[in-house]
Design a protein. Structure first.
Length: 176
């Protein structure tokens, strides 16, 4: 998501983000998500079947295989197909706070969207922009809450405060 004070400011920010994405960024993100050191493999050498089974997120791996059309994709295939480290990885809402809120509302009110996971498109500043610019707009639209039951997640999820005595009693029962 790329939100700015104005559409022009957001568009300028997006241009900078697009212009600074590097292959190494994708390698780092791919290595993280798949728990495999992508920098250890030549970029155009196909992965072996054995190497492909080492990836921790096999659904992601299968998506790259499907989209690349290759049984044994290369590191370059993972970079280009996955979009990791680029803005094409997922759709990027971009614009003024009202424009981004409208885009989010359009997605949120249409199935199957049930929420959003925000990823910083630029550092520093991406999350600050969301909090400072977007959240107030989402609250005006009724899409983001203003009031909370309490200061900690437990309060807002309706979870009881755990008591040490309950933990000890459960531990004794388990030992019996």
């Amino acid at each position: 998501m790329c939100v700015g004070e104005t559409e022009a400011a957001a568009t300028d920010k997006r241009s900078i983000i697009e212009g600074t994405a590097r292959e190494i960024d994708a390698l780092v993100l791919l290595s993280e998500v798949l728990n495999y050191d992508f920098a250890s493999k030549p970029i155009d050498e196909p992965f072996t079947d054995a190497e492909l089974t080492e990836f921790s997120f096999q659904g992601f791996r299968d998506r790259v295989i499907r989209l690349s059309g290759k049984k044994n994709p290369t590191v370059r295939d993972f970079i280009s197909t996955s979009g990791r480290g680029t803005i094409k990885e997922h759709p990027m809402f971009c614009g003024s706070p009202k424009q981004v809120a409208d885009q989010m509302e359009e997605w949120f009110t249409a199935p199957p969207c049930d929420g959003f996971v925000l990823a910083a498109s630029n550092m520093p500043g991406a999350y600050d922009d969301v909090v400072r610019l977007l959240v107030p707009e989402l609250q005006r639209c009724g899409l983001f809450q203003k009031e909370y039951a309490g200061p900690i997640p437990r309060d807002n999820l309706g979870l009881p405060i755990p008591r040490a005595a309950d933990w000890h009693a459960a531990r004794r029962r388990a030992a019996e």
